[in-house]
Design a protein around this ligand. Structure first.
Ligand code: NAD
Length: 360
């Protein structure tokens, strides 16, 4: 297969970690007989330095013309970098919001996996962490409270603020379909999270998710309330496969789910539209504190590339091979500094990329 990938290396550790993901993709191409063509474009601080804006229309057009986008992290040190002296709409992160909107990316996929080899980093009790977990949070990204009408005004002399939580059935249906499609490629279970005992938007959410579920009889669906889910995440995270939820609940729960893995350098993420097109990036930031030192953990970005293979290119075997190579490297005691533990071998960012590519 021939696939075109738009590559946004980003800022600080971005170029280091994306280079390693490309190394692994090249190995996949060689091994499985594919061609991956890269189209490198700028975004974030790197784009500000060249074009004066964090994202140009030309970059967006390049991304649209590709089969998927692979991205590193955007942004710099928010206290010292000159990028943060610019007005908010000109700062690096403004590019992130604009690209998601321009590409119609409404579904955010955040896997949260506790590898047995790294269970020591999990802040949960040993009897819980020893079971491991492997879940994916499917968060609606372009609706709900963050995009609803908002205002602050004085009512009868009292300052009053209003935010609006609005979803229509189409917005719910398209993200629910994504969740069921992804569940079909995993353990075939969807937990839909809402607050249907209080909110109308949640009651509509439940109704539409139930309708979508009828088209996926192989997938087990359960509904759960967000407050109880927040508790279950720390009590028994192994019960979850795909967790489907609206924007704000997903924002909070996905941070909780990533925290219990204990290692930010291992967390992949993807944002998708209705088609198979997606933007794949690590969950962490650009880590200015370790930039340019060849110290960063490239695994989150390599796992994001594996998600691209699985969800945008339908290359299941290839994605499995990348994930297995990562597990093999961990089994062999190879670690970057952030996940280092006694008795293991510490590698640089590029050495970890080499080690994973060799194991494919
Ligand atoms: P951060 O995630 O960059 O760093 C937090 C800590 O985690 C740091 O100690 C860092 O060294 C470490 N870390 C992160 N990724 C790592 C990796 N791959 N390997 C090893 N260690 C890693 O968060 P921050 O310091 O709050 O933000 C730094 C910059 O990143 C800011 O400009 C912020 O706006 C930006 N940011 C960008 C994105 C994105 O591009 N989607 C997301 C979050 C933050």
């Amino acid at each position: 297969m021939n696939k075109k990938i738009a590559v946004i290396k980003g800022d600080c550790i971005g170029p280091e970690i994306v280079t390693e993901a490309m190394k692994v993709l090249d190995k996949v191409a060689e091994k499985f007989g594919h061609t991956f063509e890269y189209d490198e474009v700028l975004m974030g601080g790197a784009s500000i330095d060249v074009y004066g804006v964090p994202l140009t229309d030309e970059t967006i057009e390049h991304c649209k013309a590709a089969d998927a986008v692979l991205m590193g992290s955007i942004g710099g040190d928010t206290t010292t970098s000159p990028w943060y002296k610019l007005p908010p709409e000109k700062r690096p992160e403004a590019g992130l919001l604009k690209i998601r909107k321009s590409l119609g990316l409404f579904a955010n996929l955040r896997p949260s996996v506790l590898y047995p080899q790294l269970s020591g980093a999990c802040p949960l009790r040993e009897d819980i962490s020893s079971k491991g977990f492997d879940m994916l949070i499917m968060r609606e990204l372009t609706g709900g409270l963050y995009f609803g009408e908002r205002k602050t005004e004085e009512v009868d002399g009292v300052l009053t603020a209003v935010d609006t939580l609005k979803y229509d059935e189409n917005e719910i249906r398209r993200v629910a379909i994504k969740a069921f499609e992804v569940a079909m490629k995993r353990r075939k279970k969807v937990t839909s999270v809402d607050k249907a005992n209080v909110l109308d938007s949640s009651r509509l959410w439940r109704k539409v998710v139930d309708e979508v579920a009828k088209d996926y009889p192989e997938v087990t669906l359960e509904h759960a309330l967000v407050d109880s889910t927040a508790m279950q995440l720390v009590k028994d995270p192994a019960q979850f496969d795909v967790m489907l939820t609206e924007n704000m609940f997903g924002d909070i729960l996905s941070d909780e789910a990533s925290m219990i893995t204990g290692s930010i350098g291992m967390l992949a993420s993807a944002s998708m539209n209705e088609t198979k097109f997606g933007l794949y990036e690590p969950s962490g930031g650009s880590a200015p504190d370790i930039a340019g030192q060849n110290k960063a953990n490239p695994i989150a970005t390599i796992l994001s590339a594996a998600m691209m293979l699985r969800f945008s290119f339908d290359m299941q075997q290839e994605a499995d091979a990348v994930e297995a190579a990562i597990v093999k490297a961990l089994d062999d005691g190879l670690r970057t500094g952030d996940i280092m533990s006694e008795g293991c071998t510490m590698l640089s960012c590029s050495e970890m990329g080499d080690a994973i590519a060799e194991r494919i």
